[in-house]
Design a binder for this molecule. Structure first.
Ligand SMILES: O=P(O)(O)O[C@@H]1C[C@H](O)[C@@H](CO)O1
Ligand SMILES: Nc1nc2[nH]cnc2c(=O)[nH]1
Length: 292
């Protein structure tokens, strides 16, 4: 089995995990949700839950980060069958990149068509405030520039093509749906859109790094999501992603502010309710109208 090598799980390994899960729940999810740091409350909205601890799922990694519960939750969200990762995996936890993205392939084999990813991120855009929700319209993949891409290794065409396009990674109709729903819910003042930049972490950025990322066109910086998006798109799922701006990236040598994980989790708590309402309303509308 894979963990020692870095070439990824085989199609058969992923299928075995999917079949194992499907044998234990009647839920056939069409939407898969990934909860970012401190945003695990999204999973609690699911009704008629069937819950698996990651440690019990064949081939699954374990969550090691505070604010990531480590549970896969099946259930319905306003009647829609969903599966929700209450906790994700990050490069800095020491897992190979193919392992942290494995759940996306399992989502696909479970029948998921649309993936909704959330994360906590530092705001680089000077117009952003702590508590803003940023609809991700594009990304900068810094580990990818350094050769760390989840699709490195032999390509299995049963998942997708060797050279997948990423210029359409973030579904435009779903971005519009999020904006429409957000405005309807009265969230217009704190709903933004922008470019998310992923770094390896776990150290937060220096001031010079934040200034550079901002100049390169990033609006927010974090340590996740992009690898999952690449694998989800490779196997043909639609993707919507958002960042909760949990802290302002420090850009100024006179600033006394210091990024820290406690602030990240605290901001998550404060915006949890609105974020949950935004995502759950979106889920009820996916596939029902011209956003399908
Ligand atoms: O899983 P996400 O991207 O939400 O987690 C972010 C990045 C680090 O894991 C952590 C830093 O506070 O939050
Ligand atoms: N890299 C990074 N990740 C974050 N996650 C939440 N806030 C931040 C941040 O400021 N930088």
């Amino acid at each position: 089995m894979f963990p020692e090598s870095h070439t990824g799980y085989s199609y058969e390994d992923c299928m075995a995990t999917a079949v194992w899960l499907l044998a234990q729940t009647a839920v056939r999810p069409l939407v898969g949700i990934v909860c970012g740091s401190g945003l695990g409350g999204l999973a609690d909205m699911l009704k008629d839950q069937v819950v698996f601890n990651y440690r019990d799922i064949p081939n699954f990694p374990q969550s090691t980060v505070h604010g990531h519960a480590g549970r896969l939750v099946f259930g319905t969200l306003k009647g829609r069958p969903c599966v929700c990762m209450q906790g994700r995996f990050h490069l800095y936890e020491g897992y190979p990149i193919q392992k942290i993205t494995l759940p996306m392939r399992i989502f696909k084999l479970l029948g998921v068509e649309t993936v909704i990813l959330t994360n906590a991120a530092g705001g680089l855009n000077q117009d952003f405030k702590v508590g803003d929700i940023m609809i991700i319209k594009d990304h900068l993949n810094m580990p990818g520039f350094a050769g760390n891409n989840p699709l490195i290794g032999p390509n299995d065409e049963r998942f997708g093509v060797r050279f997948p396009c990423m210029s359409d990674a973030y579904d435009r109709e779903l971005q519009q749906l999020a904006m429409d729903v957000g405005v309807e819910l009265g969230y217009g003042d704190f709903l933004k859109e922008g470019v998310y930049c992923v770094l390896g972490g776990p150290s937060f950025e220096t001031i010079a790094e934040c200034r550079m990322l901002h100049k390169l066109g990033a609006d927010a910086v974090g340590m996740s999501t992009v690898h999952e998006v690449i694998v989800a798109r490779h196997c043909g799922m639609r993707v919507f992603a958002l960042s909760l701006i949990t802290n302002k990236a420090v850009m100024d040598y006179d600033s006394e502010e210091k990024a820290n994980h406690e602030e990240v989790l605290e901001t998550g708590k404060q915006r949890a309710e609105q974020l949950e309402r935004l995502v759950s309303t979106m889920v009820t509308r996916i596939g029902h109208n011209n956003y399908s």
